[in-house]
Design a protein around this ligand. Structure first.
Ligand SMILES: [Zn+2]
Length: 228
């Protein structure tokens, strides 16, 4: 009788221990699976562009804004007409003009009649356009910035052989405008309609949202853009 009782207690004991061991094994495996899952999602996730692909209305069209409007926006940005290179240097020191380097979705061409500086508003806008272009082309393309801030002197030189540069004052002389080529994508000078259309849609959307003024400069095959 005593023997039977002992055996019974032993069996119950074994069962309890087995249950405990089973539970702890399951817990460990579950935790491992979770860690694995977290690890997988953090290492294999694609590096997403910080801007989502744009959605564009089929009615969206880019149109030319009058130069008067560009000028008004440029004058209101807090920089006087830039006469010389030393003016540019002064504005850079004062934190009113900022150096522009290649960024996501765009590259700055070697500039001959302007300097790669812009006011804060226009620089931010260039970043915005570049990031959107990067997102809309799945990070596979970039556009070219062909002109930025000019001094009155360089503007005058330019008007001699560029009928497109408006005689007299230009919004480039306020550090407020930049030109984007619509004939040079990925550094190649040739017609590229799909990329041109992508750029146009981005600009048209920003124009509709009242964030930029745009005018097409046919002669230099670029869009002249002033942030509002
Ligand atoms: Zn221009």
């Amino acid at each position: 009788m005593v023997k039977r009782r002992k055996r019974f207690i032993l069996i119950i004991g074994i069962i309890i221990v087995s249950i405990i061991v089973l539970i702890s094994i399951r817990k460990t495996t579950h935790n491992q699976q979770n860690t694995e899952h977290v690890r997988t999602s953090s290492t294999t996730a694609n590096p997403k562009p910080s801007v989502a692909k744009g959605t564009y209305s089929p009615h969206l069209k880019l149109h030319n804004n009058s130069y008067r409007r560009h000028l008004r926006a440029a004058r209101s940005a807090g920089i006087e007409v830039i006469k010389s290179n030393s003016d540019i240097n002064k504005y850079v020191r004062n934190g009113k003009l900022f150096a522009v380097r290649d960024g996501e979705g765009y590259k700055v061409q070697k500039l001959t009649h302007s300097r790669a500086v812009l006011n804060a508003k226009s620089l931010k806008m260039l970043h915005t356009i570049g990031k959107q272009f990067y997102a809309d082309t799945d990070g596979k393309a970039f556009f070219t910035v062909t002109s930025m801030t000019r001094t009155m002197a360089s503007q005058q030189k330019l008007t001699k052989h560029n009928v497109n540069a408006i005689r007299g004052i230009s919004t480039h002389c306020f550090g407020a405008s930049f030109d984007i080529s619509y004939m040079r994508f990925n550094g190649i000078k040739e017609w590229n309609d799909p990329l041109k259309v992508k750029l146009q849609l981005i600009l048209a959307k920003l124009q509709k949202e009242k964030k930029i003024f745009v005018v097409r400069e046919k002669r230099s095959a670029c869009y002249h853009i002033t942030a509002r």
